[in-house]
Design a protein around this ligand. Sequence first.
Ligand code: SF4
Ligand code: SF4
Length: 314
Amino acid sequence: MEYRELGKTGLVVSRLCFGALTIGPLQRRMTPKEGGEVISRAFAQGVNFLDTAELYGTYPHIREALSRVERPEEIVIATKSYAPSRERMARSLEQARREMDIDVVPIFLLHEQESIHTLRGHRPALDYLLEAKAEGIVKAVGISTHYVGAVWAAAEMPEIDVISPLINLTGIGIQGGTRDEMLAAISHAARHGKGIYAMKPLGGGHLLSSWAAALDFCLQQDDLAAVAVGMKSVEEVDHNVRYFNGERSLPQPDNNHRKLHVEEWCIGCGSCVAACPNSALGIVDGRAEVVEPSSCVFCGYCGASCPEFAIKVI
Ligand code: SF4
Ligand code: SF4
């Protein structure tokens, strides 16, 4: 397994980052024990970097996996929260420490930033994280984003250590610009010393049919210290570890496409439509419906916003 320094954070991470969204309640709905086993398999093969979020509901799964490793303090966990205020970020940080049973959160990000304006709106939360960093409770702070403009904005902020942008071979899911414009923003941020790791290298599953080319595209980007790949079985872990270890004659992984399912009891409130960063949803005949299937990256944000538990990735 190749390891890279994550910008100027002092953290050294495996090029393969375990994307934990897939095992949690927004997607595969594994129990903590089941999810912990899948994560452990990755840790046992040299993966030392894991990406999650408060929204993903996977802290118990990660806690389970950390309880199985000899030196859990050497695992680099990146998590994120939508909290905009000091008070809410304090609760988010405390929740992460308590539910994962860790004293120090290696990386804490502002979840899903869109622009300089949302960064300004989250300034109190960022200030709280910076104080936590000064106290040694957090090692590095930053943002995750689907937006080209947010990468440019974060690049100019010296207090931001880490950026997790959406980038992939075809640019699916990138907001506010093209794939190459996102690459230009990433390159600019890297020159400013930011540690950068990619999310959605497989476009939420849309690029599974060109799996190897999609991974190669990200691995060839020198500005990306790591690539977060969602994994939901030990077989997928083994497959990805082998690929990241340089094996290039692997068969295509099972092309088990996901889809969004809207239950009959949807009340058409539109919360999911507003929550979708990719404008993939609309209200049709009083119910939520996927109106732009090619834009959906199966992030599960719509499901998390639904008061009726009526939409989910299956
Ligand atoms: S948030 Fe839930 S209830 Fe509201 S429109 Fe979407 S799926 Fe339907
Ligand atoms: S429809 Fe739902 S799962 Fe698909 S991109 Fe939008 S929020 Fe994410």
